[in-house]
Ligand binder design. Structure first.
Ligand code: SAM
Length: 223
């Protein structure tokens, strides 16, 4: 029986790969990767030699049939993304769905995903939350912001550093300057940083300290 393993990889700190993830990467017949160069660098650090084939976002629809044929011809295939859990704001969802439709077993290992340390360390309620991933840049952005403004659960967004200040400005505009947020930057890395405060305070901070690296924004629910 063919199986597809979904294997999360570190979002910064290499020590965050699990023993099981390493074993599965060692044992699998081949690996589908978002970017083969990124995955080959990780495999080289782990001293694993394996065939790595591309499976990226811009050709996810196109390569689906070929990927399914390959997975069926193997006993075990792995899907990884550049960092974190595949299919979470990364390619993978369509492949998982297609595997299920083709009676291919799916095993998803638990592991790194940026949203989890961000919400837990934000100090906002994390018993229920909404993950929005990246907001659309143009069409639909305002509607999403209006919906988040009314959301009582904690909301998590992924954002790029050069759009952070603009996004915080929009949170202020749509949710009020007192809405509390937490910006989690460079999680698990040397310069990991959490900034907690009102949208106005955090925006002001990043206006004078232009951010670099990777960012998660956590927004407290409407009180
Ligand atoms: N699949 C990944 C996951 O499980 O979190 C997400 C991939 S998505 C293409 C990349 C985005 O995730 C970044 O732009 C950032 O918003 C967030 N992210 C990834 N690593 C991060 C880190 N170390 N610190 C903060 N945010 C991170």
């Amino acid at each position: 029986m063919s199986k597809l393993y979904i294997v999360p990889t570190p979002i910064g700190n290499l020590e965050d790969i699990t023993l099981r993830a390493i074993r599965i990467l060692k044992e699998t017949e081949m690996i589908f990767a978002e970017d083969t160069r990124v995955t080959k660098r990780l495999l080289s650090k782990l001293e694993i030699q394996k065939t790595v084939a591309p499976f990226h976002a811009h050709n996810e629809h196109k390569t689906l049939a070929r990927a399914i044929a390959t997975i069926k011809s193997n006993n075990s295939t792995v899907l990884v993304s550049d960092a974190g859990t595949p299919a979470i704001s990364d390619p993978g969802f369509l492949l998982v769905r297609e595997c299920i439709a083709n009676d291919i077993d799916i095993e998803c290992l638990p592991g790194p995903a940026a949203l989890i340390p961000a919400i837990v360390a934000s100090g906002f309620p994390c018993d229920r939350f909404v993950f929005e991933g990246f907001l659309p840049h143009k069409k639909g952005r305002q509607t999403k912001l209006k919906n988040i403004a009314e959301e009582e659960r904690t909301t998590i967004l992924y954002e790029s550093p050069h759009r952070l200040v603009k996004c915080l400005g929009q949170i202020e505009e749509f949710m009020g300057s007192d809405r509390r947020v937490c910006v989690a930057r460079e999680l698990t890395k040397i310069y990991e940083e959490f900034k907690r405060g009102t949208a106005a305070e955090i925006k002001e901070y990043y206006e004078t300290h232009p951010p670099k690296g990777e960012i998660v924004i956590v927004i407290e629910g409407k009180q």
